[in-house]
Design a protein around this ligand. Sequence first.
Ligand code: S3P
Length: 192
Amino acid sequence: MSNVLNDSSVNDSSVNDSSVNGNIIFIGFMGSGKTTLGRKIAKHFGRLFLDTDLLIESRENMEILDIFKQHGEKYFRNLEREISELIQNSIRNSIIAVGGGFPTAVSSLQKLGFVIYLDIDFDFMISEVKKHPAELEKRPLLENLDEAKKIYDFRKKIYKSQADKIFTINHNNYETVVDEVINFLKNIKEFE
Ligand code: S3P
């Protein structure tokens, strides 16, 4: 681990397989900007960008919403575990955004890469997602906002426990967080 990782928001995990595969994994709640930010980061560094939701949709030839409706959440979580195996075995030097529930289905994310948690304030996330109704509609777990808040509170500790590094996102730094992540990545050996 490089010195830049020695801050309070970084896990003190001495065993981290991510240094061998060069992947960066973005985790966080729905609407935290994993895909948008991941694409920008990948473009900046000339890396491949992958999104586990899109990989699952391609594999099943079905949209996430329909997978949930026709097969249920358990089936979807199994698909996430399959995709996790695939990433671990075959994907290197890539930027990967994973679905919001992925860290609950896959317990050892650090085997897939260096894990960055985008920690977004719930109310700010809802206000942003509401600006894009299509984004809201395609996420079955955001249909009921009271339930979504409970899931959010429950998951927070899972995200934190899986993260190598945390970036907090709110209305104050929304525009600048991409630059912060780029500057951070330039300095870590896991991303060489
Ligand atoms: C989910 C998040 C979604 C998608 C599915 C379930 C979740 O991905 O995987 O709707 O359980 O939080 P995003 O986080 O990209 O919205």
